[in-house]
Ligand binder design. Sequence first.
Ligand SMILES: [Zn+2]
Length: 67
Amino acid sequence: MNKESIVICENCGRKFRCVETGNIWPGGLESEDAKCPYCGTIAFSSMTSGFIYVYKLDKESENDENK
Ligand SMILES: [Zn+2]
């Protein structure tokens, strides 16, 4: 049960993919931060019992711009 979304960083304006995993520790709800993988700014926080993973979308955007 993963929730995936594309986030644009407010600080550096770059896009990254954010994946929230669900229910690893049921009941252990905590605030997890989704940090920009480029500049480290916290894009948003989410109450989850799992983790938030972020992935750079650098390669995809570079390919678009270079063509
Ligand atoms: Zn950033």
